[in-house]
Design a protein around this ligand. Sequence first.
Ligand code: PMP
Length: 432
Amino acid sequence: MKTEKSEALFARAKKVAPGGVHSPVRGFRGVGGTPRFIESAQGSELLDVDGNRYIDFCMSWGPLIFGHQDGDVAEAVKSAMTRGWTYGAAEPYSLELAELMTSHIPWVEKVRFVNSGTEAVMSALRVARAATGRHKVVKFDGCYHGHLDSLLVRAGSGLAEMASPDSAGVPPHVAADTLVVPLNDLDAFRKVMDEHGHEVCVVAIEPLPANNGLLLQTGEFLCEMASITRKHGALLLFDEVISGFRVAFGGMAELTKIKPDLVCYGKIIGGGFPVGAYGGRADLMDLVAPAGPVYQAGTLSGNPVAMSAGIATLKKLLRENPYARLEEKTRVFAERVQKAAQKSAPFPVQVQRFSSLMWTVMGAPKSRDGLARSLPEIPEEQKARFATLFHALLSQGVYLAPSGFEVSFLSTVHTDEQLDRVIAAIEGARYE
Ligand code: PMP
């Protein structure tokens, strides 16, 4: 496989951007080697600058549930472009997207659009603090909520592969207001809430933690956690930036029937364009300016092109309801991946899946029920063993997210023939 052009671009990029990239995991630090510079993408395929084609399972980290350049999204965006691409004024497109959400997701009574998942979570925390007059936030060990200071504590995503789980540059007094609890551990959560519950404005969780592997939580844990949160007068924030519109239109809240007070979205809601959203109870959202005293604004918020991409995506999800189909395709594929990986790996392999997300545990999870549900249950060898699998697949034209702590996403356009090729590539992987 030729990589000269990617190598040359990477060398140039390192001179003008930190690590040569504009978001850490793209830099391949977690797997080693040269990041492939992608020139174009179509359907479930990436094409790099050296002419190599890859079956894509990163899928831009989740937004592309219908694949790259979906025809309906493309048409909506092209049509939007003929009307101008930003007005900085009230417009009907964000209204349409907001109504699509509020009419199908009852716990989102009002919504505010922003430009990223990070902004959505950051703003939702501000609302929670204003609403309760309390300052402390509870988050779970390994959940990632974007790069806002206060939640960059024991987070996942790009931090999962760094030596220290915390970022430099976060003031200690900001981190001190964040209480971190292990996932799937009700006793630990109860203890923290018994001690600090009266100071806690919000309990924030990825109900499907998918930024440090796919750490499946039990329904019992999620329900009990929600009820303990309420008992202490704290608000419940579901970060559905990945799971929203991915596992069901209404995300994990729909599947678990747990109604969050506040919920954050990103990724699919923008159809691949930069959109985030926070929403929830009307009385809480009415605290946001200009209705209320919580300031939050954005030059490009509600951008009409991005809104049009989001509208096209959400309408298509409602029209086609692809969830059962996509889940079945992923279920069958995940079983085949597990078997194929087990054939070639000299250690136990465990594929964890939920809906159209999957993650391969490279070793036996250190848990009672055989599934990794919290950080310490991930085998120590995860990073190194995944790097071997990653490069074995990359050389065969399969692009996984370049980190052993990131999940794979299936889309509606991955074909059976492509999935067969992936299985063959996994069987051919060689470990030292
Ligand atoms: N929350 C979750 C659950 C996420 O997965 C992410 C991004 N992967 C974010 C928040 C931050 O979103 P963004 O990268 O758009 O700022």
